[in-house]
Ligand binder design. Structure first.
Ligand code: FE2
Length: 194
């Protein structure tokens, strides 16, 4: 995290909640003059005030620091709008049901945009008993490999981690309509409707 809360953020959030400088000040036990100073960049709230300030503004500390209020409108948890995040430094892979701020190894990760399968990342799916055998036609060297495969439907997520020098293959139960996602460490996220 390399940002700190700004006066502009405090002002915008306060006004969006129809709070006066006085009423916000009262909630966190400072004077309205102090709030005015923060909002006009003549001072910054002490770190010990971030928690009460975030609470009074109805957001998390992370949102307050980033100046971004994340509204997850996805209340029905439509998993088909799933987002994947991959850390370019450690390779950590994270799945979320909606918008969020994800940070790993000290950097904020963008939600990956999945591309449709291409010729260099082709996939075949074969039925094997009650499962499906997924093969991605792709190198699995230490420099260039598929790091995970996931199948997402409206009510479940299956995710399999793959490793370099292994096979770009796995078994999954593909029940119902969904999307097969897989991630190449060099070319990014791919998806295929199943
Ligand atoms: Fe690739």
């Amino acid at each position: 995290m390399n940002t700190y809360v700004t006066g502009t953020t405090i002002k915008q959030l306060r006004e969006a909640r129809n709070l006066t400088q006085g009423s916000l000040a009262e909630k966190i036990g400072v004077s309205s003059k102090t709030i005015s100073k923060w909002e006009t960049a003549k001072g910054l709230p002490d770190i010990s005030l971030l928690q009460p300030l975030a609470h009074a503004l109805g957001i998390s500390i992370i949102e307050l620091m980033n100046g971004e209020h994340i509204i997850n409108k996805n209340i029905s948890a439509n998993i088909l709008r799933s987002k994947f995040y991959v850390c370019p430094i450690c390779g950590n892979a994270i799945h979320c049901l909606g918008n969020t701020l994800v940070s790993c190894c000290g950097i904020t990760l963008p939600a990956l945009e999945a591309e449709e399968t291409d010729d260099d990342h082709a996939v075949t799916i074969e039925n094997v008993e009650d499962e499906h055998f997924i093969t991605i036609h792709h190198p699995m060297t230490k420099q260039h490999y598929i790091s995970f495969v996931a199948f997402v439907t409206s009510d479940r997520l299956q995710m399999v981690k793959l490793y370099p020098e292994g096979n770009a293959q796995t078994r999954l139960q593909l029940r119902g309509m969904g999307y097969l996602y897989y991630y190449c460490n060099q070319h990014g996220l791919f998806k295929k409707k199943v």
